[in-house]
Design a protein around this ligand. Structure first.
Ligand code: ZN
Length: 365
């Protein structure tokens, strides 16, 4: 931060893991790469599905392109939900910390990962899941000398522990030490995030939720709409599928204006847009969002119904989550300063987290 470059940048909407990680590795927003959430209603099948398969990608990854041209590339992720898309068309080393013990030379370009890294496979709910990725990156940099390396961490600690808490501070110390070791090994380090994180709880500590399905069913009758929560993923302890962004499909014709007016007046709802407006404003793929997009404010999340709510995974802790406009401020940092051309670009327009590869490859002194 002293010798390099640091700025706040904006992540892509929705401020979730998959859309933003894919934006970072493709350099483009979801309207071009197609990943509109961690989870979506697949228009091809009519089924709700995880958005974790390469078949959903509509853009090439920078990592894959570099590897095609003969660069030595490494792509590691903490959570396995990103592993397949990160590895797509990548000729190099790619694996997730979560499944590090399942690596094979044929699929991942490396085997015996825990022994290679010198750490056991960490729990999916731990700080170690991310620290394993950094440790693996350090080992790989020492031994394989890759040209380009992408290390994607988990936000488990940020979900569970507020900034300033003992756990968060310990975690950031661990990250800081690992970044220092990468620098000492001669790497140019670029740092950004997929999304921010905010406390989404009421004063009594329970999650602050607007139940969209309950509201819509009450006004229009049950079964007329389908609410999709694109934060949904297999890691229920992080957020219980509660985030600040949702999309709604009309299963039967209802008045879009009436639905928008109903949702718009709910406390905690920041913005309700129809498909065309949200695709345009948020750079989203119009065919992979519903008839409406709803965004909650900094302190609020969107759920389906009170009756089906299950927050047991949260373990009674305050809900910290993301997904909305208030959750997309992230840092963009480089270990070296910008060159003149990119210093000018940085002043002339809004920086995005998915500028990171362009800047680190072309824009540093
Ligand atoms: Zn998260």
């Amino acid at each position: 931060m002293t010798d390099g470059f640091v700025s706040v940048a904006l992540g892509a909407m929705p401020s979730f893991t998959n859309p933003n990680n894919i934006s970072v590795i493709t350099g483009v927003p979801p309207s071009l790469h197609g990943i509109s959430g961690n989870f979506f209603l697949n228009p091809a099948t009519g089924q709700e599905a995880m958005m974790d398969q390469p078949e959903f990608l509509r853009a090439d990854s920078i990592l894959a392109k570099f590897s095609e041209q003969g660069a030595k590339v490494v792509a590691l992720t903490a959570k396995d939900k990103l592993a397949k898309m990160l590895a797509y068309k990548l000729r190099g080393i790619s694996f997730s910390a979560e499944k590090a013990d399942k690596c094979t030379k044929a699929v991942n370009g490396i085997d015996n990962c825990p022994a290679y890294v010198g750490k056991p496979v960490p729990s999916e709910y731990s700080a170690d899941l991310s620290l394993f990725v950094l440790e693996a990156g350090i080992r790989l940099l020492e031994r394989e000398k890759p040209d380009l390396m992408y290390l994607s961490l988990s936000d488990y600690i940020q979900h569970k522990h507020a900034p300033g808490s003992k756990e968060a501070t310990e975690y950031y110390n661990g990250i800081d030490k690992a970044l220092g070791r990468l620098l000492a090994l001669g790497a140019t380090v670029a740092l950004t995030a997929d999304h921010g994180m905010n406390d989404k709880s009421k004063a009594d500590g329970t999650p602050n939720i607007v139940f969209l399905e309950d509201l819509l069913d009450k006004q229009f009758g049950s079964g007329k709409t389908q609410v999709i929560l694109p934060i949904t993923d297999p890691y229920v302890k992080h957020h219980g599928a509660l985030g600040s962004y949702a999309t709604i499909y009309f299963k039967q014709p209802i008045s879009a204006t009436a639905a928008m007016n109903l949702l718009d007046k709910q406390p905690g709802v920041e913005l309700v847009l129809n498909r065309a407006a949200s695709a345009k404003l948020f750079d989203l793929p119009a065919d992979r969002i519903g008839d409406l997009v709803v965004v909650a404010d900094r302190g609020t999340v969107l759920g389906k119904s009170k009756a089906t709510l299950d927050v047991s995974g949260l373990g009674g802790m305050r809900l910290r989550s993301h997904g909305g406009l208030a959750d997309r401020n992230v840092y963009l940092m480089f270990s070296r300063p910008l060159n003149d051309k990119y210093a000018e670009i940085a002043l002339s327009r809004q920086l995005r987290n998915f500028d990171v590869f362009e800047f680190v490859l072309n824009g540093l002194h």
